[in-house]
Design a protein around this ligand. Structure first.
Ligand code: EPZ
Length: 432
């Protein structure tokens, strides 16, 4: 098993490059099995989630091959409309296969995603929404078994409450190939969903209202394969901005390239500026200039364009470095705080009360042995190690490898003392 070893106190200087988006890549890959033929998606990051989803696609009969910075997906033959538990449990976005296989094959047998490091993470909106569009759905021994009437989904309308990225993607995957018209209300408008809708449109799907809360879909007989390019990862961008704020040298600019700051939403950008951290956007480069002292700015997460829940753990580390007390409230997931007990081991002064963590900043963290529990928790532990006194060992970084491409090499090229090591969890604890 791998861990990251970080010797804290080194300053972050120079340029960080954002990789392509994980959360946009996954729906794009699902869409690639809708047309019969070879689709090329450029800018696909080298991540564990991409490898897992590639296996999920191959099981249906499609082929998936890495070509330069992208993936070539040949969906000429999609003959096995199933997604097995062993893979879906590893990555819940595999649940997109429900909509994709319904759209392509008119039937699907997809494992329910099962648990998550935090939760609950229900899929009721996916199932109720597909039923509303005309799909027949049963639950059989942990699997969703779905089929559409002969000729494709008849169409219908459904209103999400709350708005859901995954459920919006699943309904669009099923509805764009069908014979009826569908109307999705309170649809997700995250940038990942808009990029996905742009790909469907390029394939010949008939969508109206992309980027708004109401999307109208007119089913078509077939879609055609295309070449399409993915967008940069907005959550990695936000992560790097926070890392620059806490580990940069006051007054010394850090450059972040291949950035698309508007994908972060104004809430995050405003909160970031209120910490006293200056940022300047110049096309796809954002320059971050850290202040002498960070101000403690409280945030509350919300669906886009609100403050992203995927950045709340990282913001907690910023608050630990700020001069004063502030809070992080997660309104999207009520209990996404598994990183807090690990941060207590590093001296974090904070209290969790329901879906809010109150952080008392201005006290140095100290290095310790800590363990990742999920993707964004793991990156917050790495960021804590960067600013802590002493050495931090972050274990189980297979969680990190799901969503951050070559993080340790990106950070070490900017002056951070971080390296990867293999270890055995049952051996003696590391020295120093
Ligand atoms: C996507 O998950 C992201 N994953 C998550 O990022 C992200 O945290 C989440 O959106 C919220 O922004 C991918 O894009 C692969 P939702 P998703 O359905 O689609 C409730 C990461 O770290 N809900 O938009 O599963 C749900 O409980 C990952 O990269 C239902 O009630 O999220 C939540 O409160 C973690 N019933 C809210 O909707 C449902 O059927 C938003 O969830 C579905 C969702």
């Amino acid at each position: 098993m791998d861990k990251l070893v970080i010797h804290g106190g080194h300053k972050l200087q120079g340029t960080l490059r954002v990789s392509a988006s994980k959360n946009a890549a996954l729906p794009l890959m699902a869409a690639a099995i809708l047309p019969r033929g070879v689709t090329f998606i450029d800018q696909i990051p080298h991540l564990r989630d991409i490898v897992t989803f590639s296996h999920v696609l191959r099981i249906t009969g499609a082929s998936v091959n890495r070509q330069r910075q992208g993936l070539e997906i040949d969906a000429t033959r999609v003959v096995f409309p199933e997604a097995p538990y062993e893979l879906v449990k590893k990555m819940r976005a595999s649940f997109y296969m429900l909509g994709a296989l319904l759209g392509r094959c008119g039937k699907a047998k997809v494992s329910l995603p099962g648990g998550c490091a935090w939760g609950p993470r229900p899929v009721n909106l996916h199932i109720e929404g597909l039923k509303a569009l005309g799909a027949d759905i049963d639950l059989e021994q942990g699997y969703v078994v779905a089929r559409v009437p002969r000729g494709g989904l008849s169409g219908g309308s459904y209103r999400f409450e709350p708005s859901s990225v995954g459920a919006t993607v699943n309904l669009l995957l099923a509805a764009c190939l069908g014979r009826g018209g569908s109307r999705i209300e309170n649809a997700a408008i995250e940038p990942d969903v808009i990029v996905f809708c742009d790909m469907l449109t390029a394939m010949g799907a008939k969508l109206d209202g992309i980027g708004t809360r109401t999307i109208e879909v007119e089913g078509v007989d077939q879609l055609h394969p295309i070449k399409f390019s993915n967008c940069p990862d907005r959550i990695e961008l936000g992560t790097f901005m926070i890392a620059a704020a806490i580990a940069g040298i006051p007054g010394d600019p850090v450059l972040i390239t291949n950035a698309q700051p508007d994908h972060l939403g104004q809430e995050f950008l405003d909160a970031f500026q209120r910490t006293g951290c200056f940022y300047k956007i110049d096309k796809d480069t954002i320059t971050i200039t850290p202040p002498d002292v960070l101000k403690p700015i409280s945030i509350t997460t919300a669906i886009y364009p609100g403050f992203p829940t995927d950045l709340q753990a990282q913001w907690t580390i910023l608050l630990s470095c700020a001069n004063g007390t502030a809070s992080v409230t997660d309104q999207v997931y009520g209990d996404r705080f598994n990183h807090i007990p690990e941060l207590y081991r590093m001296g974090l002064r904070a209290e969790v009360n329901g879906n809010t963590v109150t952080v008392h900043g201005g006290h140095h963290l100290t290095g310790a042995q800590v363990m990742s529990t999920d993707l964004r928790a793991s990156v917050s532990l790495v960021m804590a190690g960067v600013v802590a006194d002493g050495t931090t060992h972050v274990g189980r970084i297979y969680h990190l490898d799901r969503g951050y491409e070559q993080l340790e090499s990106k950070f070490s090229q900017c002056g951070i003392n971080i390296h990867r090591e293999q270890y055995n969890e049952f051996e003696n604890p590391p020295q120093g």
